[in-house]
Design a protein around this ligand. Structure first.
Ligand code: FES
Length: 92
């Protein structure tokens, strides 16, 4: 199973492909803001992809509409394909 590591939090685990990074953060006890509850609307669940950009599903229209660019993804939209290392993005 793919491994997900939250670099800043030193938390890591193996999860089935197809799970969203947001749900994985919840399972690992990593706090990620999610004002819209995972609908791709609020943009607060941003993560920075440190390694394995290609190991997440491609950006959804909700992400391209918000003009999110690498290394950032919406964790509620990005689903696991392979190993990734991520950080919770600071929102300014
Ligand atoms: S939780 Fe709102 S966009 Fe991801």
């Amino acid at each position: 199973m793919p491994r997900v590591t939250f670099e800043d939090e030193s938390k890591s685990g193996e999860f089935p492909a197809g799970k969203t990074v947001l749900s994985i953060a919840g399972a690992l006890g990593v706090k990620v803001s999610q004002v819209c509850g995972g609908d791709g609307a609020c943009g607060t669940c941003r993560i920075e992809v440190c390694q394995g950009w290609q190991n997440l599903t491609p950006p959804t229209p909700d992400e391209t509409y918000k003009e999110l660019e690498p290394p950032y993804r919406l964790s509620c939209q990005a689903k696991l394909v392979g190993d990734v290392v991520v950080k919770v993005a600071k929102i300014e």
